[in-house]
Design a protein around this ligand. Structure first.
Ligand code: PLP
Ligand code: 3DJ
Length: 415
């Protein structure tokens, strides 16, 4: 029999954690254990400071001159390159702009244009819905002969790629189950059949090593509000491999993607680099927030982040077992940590009530319909003590039946 985990073990883990000092860079509300960084990351003090400075000094005092004086105009590329370094990409292949949804629309249209004679976008039934909806919207616009969505189970994805597939659209880490696909192998299989690979990195960027250049991924999109801590509604990012830049044509031709926007020409001429992916004016305040948030990654090894992420999630599940809760909470994430992202998902008939009771007791996790309870681990600020305490509160909630409170019969929209 393995020995029980003790509070002393937890203290030792926190003392030996090479990332422990990063936690101090973030604002954590008092009496809160936050296990929802896979939905919305914490605010860093650097971000708070930068937003204050950008509004007070740059916007407040320097007004429109800030586009040059503070280089607002270059923020999409500057922030894009910083994100690129976290996803294994050389400079000039990522820009920060718009939302995942909008960027995906651009990428899908560009990918289809690069694949004459192929109309199929192959994805998974359990992909995050917006990814599927964007393909469906494009299918309506272009007609099924130019764009046709085919959805399969994750386990069938690689086997379903064929000569008809224009692009495979896969989210590396499943938002519901936390299952992680082998993006490198999937890209190789897609390309063997002449298909392009489009990866959604929403649940990967900033929490595990990703090597888009090495893996030869064609396109990627991702958000900055989860593990990159850019803030609510912060702009997303889009990656296109350099080898595609010359032939690329994305359809949301806004003036910021023009080769010379300030010529104000009536004729669109696309920039021949990633700038083409910009459509309209960048949201400067949000983008400054992302830019500052990325400072928390300075000097951080993503291998170390991944290693801690695995240890945190393994610890959490061991504590669930130690507390005798695994008969009640059914783990639906893979048991092998290598094949999952940085979250654990459990099924429970009263998952919503448990989530609400946890929040009331100071532990923020989230609920996903119909009956999933998700716990996210953000190694830059989640401590081993957080995991220990959260598992203890979960045990108390279930023991006291706080989750059966009639108030939780009515579901809220978000958590
Ligand atoms: C995998 C995935 N893709 C996309 C989104 C959302 O995209 P958007 O930035 O357009 O809201 C999310 C979560 O919100 C997600 O988990
Ligand atoms: N983007 C979100 C939002 O604007 C509101 C509430 C939640 C979200 C999310 O990020 C959902 C998230 N992608 C998920 O994995 O469920």
């Amino acid at each position: 029999m393995t020995r029980s985990i003790t509070k002393k073990d937890i203290s030792r883990l926190d003392e030996q954690d090479p990332l422990a000092s990063r936690r101090g860079q973030f604002h954590l509300p008092a009496d809160t254990i936050y296990l929802d960084g896979n939905s919305l990351g914490l605010m860093s003090y650097a971000t708070q400071q930068r937003v204050a400075d950008t509004t007070t000094t740059q916007w407040g005092e320097h007004l429109i001159t800030s586009w040059n004086r503070h280089n607002w105009i270059q923020l999409p590329q500057q922030v894009g390159n910083k994100i690129g370094r976290l996803i294994g990409v050389a400079d000039g292949q990522v820009v920060c702009c718009d939302s995942i949804s909008v960027n995906l629309f651009k990428v899908l249209a560009a990918a289809l244009q690069l694949q004459p004679g192929r109309n199929q976008i192959l994805s998974t039934v359990d992909n995050f819905p917006t990814d599927l909806y964007m393909v469906q919207g494009l299918e309506q616009l272009l007609g099924a002969s130019r764009c046709h969505l085919v959805m399969v189970e994750e386990s069938e994805l690689a086997n379903s790629i064929s000569e008809k597939t224009a692009a495979v659209l896969a989210t590396e880490v499943n938002f519901r189950t936390g299952r992680r696909l082998d993006l490198q192998a999937l890209t190789a299989t897609a390309q063997l059949h002449g298909a392009l690979m489009i990866a959604d990195l929403a649940h990967s960027a900033g929490v595990m090593p990703v090597e888009l250049d090495n893996w030869q991924v064609d396109f990627a999109i991702g958000c900055t509000y989860k593990y990159l801590n850019g803030g609510p509604g912060a702009p997303a990012f889009v990656y296109a491999a350099k080898r595609h830049h010359r032939a690329l044509q994305q359809p949301l031709c806004g003036w910021m993607g023009h080769v010379r926007p300030f010529d104000f020409s009536p004729h669109y001429e696309a920039a021949d680099d990633m700038t083409q992916f910009l459509s309209g004016t960048p949201p400067v305040l949000s983008m400054c927030a992302v830019d500052a948030a990325l400072e928390a990654f300075d000097g951080v090894s993503l291998a170390e982040v991944r290693s801690k992420s695995i240890q945190l999630s393994e610890l959490f599940h061991s504590l669930i077992e130690q507390h005798g809760l695994s008969n009640e909470l059914h783990l639906i994430s893979p048991t092998d940590p290598v094949t999952r992202g940085s979250q654990l998902s459990y099924r429970h008939e009263h998952a919503y009530g448990i989530c609400q009771a946890l929040i009331e007791a100071g532990v923020i996790a989230d609920f996903r319909a119909p009956d999933y309870l998700r716990f996210g681990f953000a190694p830059l600020y989640t401590s081993y003590a957080d995991v220990w305490d959260a598992a203890g509160v979960l045990k108390d909630v279930l023991a006291s039946k706080a989750h059966l409170d009639p108030r939780w019969q009515q579901r809220n929209t978000v958590t």
